[in-house]
Design a binder for this molecule. Structure first.
Ligand code: NAI
Length: 334
């Protein structure tokens, strides 16, 4: 049947048996994110869940000849959420409502907090060992919500809970390259703090452009912090970033899987349960994190920063603390 060459090529193909679940897979982010995960050879079992539309997305993607089986689940047929989550390795959560023009991410709290809380409870029951990658906004509060739910169920593993801040990181690479006239694929900007407005701190002083003049630098930082607004405005009521976010989410998920596989030196900035500012009451913080077989292997401090960045950090911490407490209280004082 197969030629000898083809048989050899086939037999040496490496299958990495990772199960990945997307909750909110029928949405603006969920669909392209699911496509990118279907193309990822580390994923063999892809499960898509949404209140609506997940079956159609799954059937569509199932015709792509990559090494994964893809299935769609909805709540109206049996226990779709349970089946989507059962013993999965990685859960991505882009379920929830996106912003409309004039809204901040915090304005989404009243709807998305409850959605994320309920999905976290299902994860606790059906996939207590999974890595959970939270995309739903406001990330500064939804990550603490997931943590509190998992704690209340006795399955919280701080090494496996991540707020996805990768979009800020990829935007920073792109925007700095536009300002400096360089190749965006080789620009690396460490972005720390949180994922909304002034809590997003791109550390320009740690890039090769540290001598950028003040005015240019301030405009760049502002654009990175409020880049999401450009998309919200351009979409004019039809939502926020979906395609760039899908790319960011797929990139981060790939890094988590690379860590699971034992790849070395996988480092990504992400919003995690962090010791860096815990003494100041800030339980979660985004900084570069080394990913490994157990999830978080090492959390790096933010390193040397300028007086200007120190000022930004102080403002970030004030807002972040409130955002985190709001998420925690939503669960503990319910
Ligand atoms: P969307 O409205 O297009 O899609 C959301 C999907 O979630 C819908 O298909 C909806 O049916 C589903 N959903 C709602 N409740 C659900 C539940 N209980 N279980 C399962 N599915 C449920 O929204 P979009 O544009 O995909 O954005 C999703 C979220 O991602 C928003 O909260 C948005 O703010 C956030 N976001 C986060 C970014 C980040 O950098 N972390 C960047 C951009 C958006």
């Amino acid at each position: 049947m197969f030629s000898r060459v083809a048989r050899r090529a086939f037999s040496t193909t490496k299958f990495n048996p990772y199960k990945v679940t997307v909750l909110g897979a029928g949405g603006g982010i969920g669909q392209p994110l699911s496509l990118l995960l279907k193309l990822n050879h580390k994923v063999t079992d892809l499960r898509l869940y949404d209140l609506r539309g997940a079956k159609g997305v799954a059937t569509d993607l199932s015709h792509i000849p990559t090494n994964s089986v893809v299935r769609g689940f909805t709540p109206d047929e049996g226990d779709g959420l349970k089946e989507a989550l059962k013993d999965t390795d990685v859960v991505l959560i882009p379920a929830g409502v996106p912003r409309k023009p004039g809204m901040t991410r915090d304005d989404l709290f009243s709807i998305n907090a409850g959605i994320v809380r309920d999905l976290a409870a299902a994860i606790a029951e059906n996939a207590p060992n999974a890595a959970v990658l939270v995309i739903s906004n406001p990330v500064n509060s939804t990550v603490p919500i997931v943590a509190e739910v998992l704690k209340s169920k006795g399955v919280y593993n701080p090494k496996k809970l991540f707020g996805v801040t990768t979009l800020d990181v990829i935007r920073a690479s792109r925007f700095i390259s536009e300002v400096e006239g360089t190749n965006p694929t080789t620009e690396k900007v460490t972005v720390v703090g949180g994922h909304s407005g002034i809590t997003i701190i791109p550390l320009i002083s740690q890039t090769k452009h540290k001598l950028m003049d003040k005015e240019k630098r301030e405009a760049l930082i502002h654009r990175i912090q409020f880049g999401g607004d450009e998309v919200v405005k351009a979409k004019n009521g039809a939502g926020s970033a979906t395609l760039s976010m899908a790319q960011a989410g797929a990139k981060f998920a790939n890094s988590v899987l690379a860590g699971f596989e034992g790849e070395r030196d996988v480092i990504e900035p992400t919003f995690v349960d962090s010791p860096l500012y815990k003494s100041e009451g800030i339980d979660f913080f985004a900084s570069p994190v080394q990913l490994g077989p157990r999830g978080v292997e090492k959390i790096f401090p933010i390193g040397e920063i300028t007086a200007e960045e120190e000022e930004m950090l102080a403002k970030c911490k004030e807002t972040l603390k409130k955002n985190i407490e709001k998420g925690e209280k939503f669960v503990t004082q319910a």
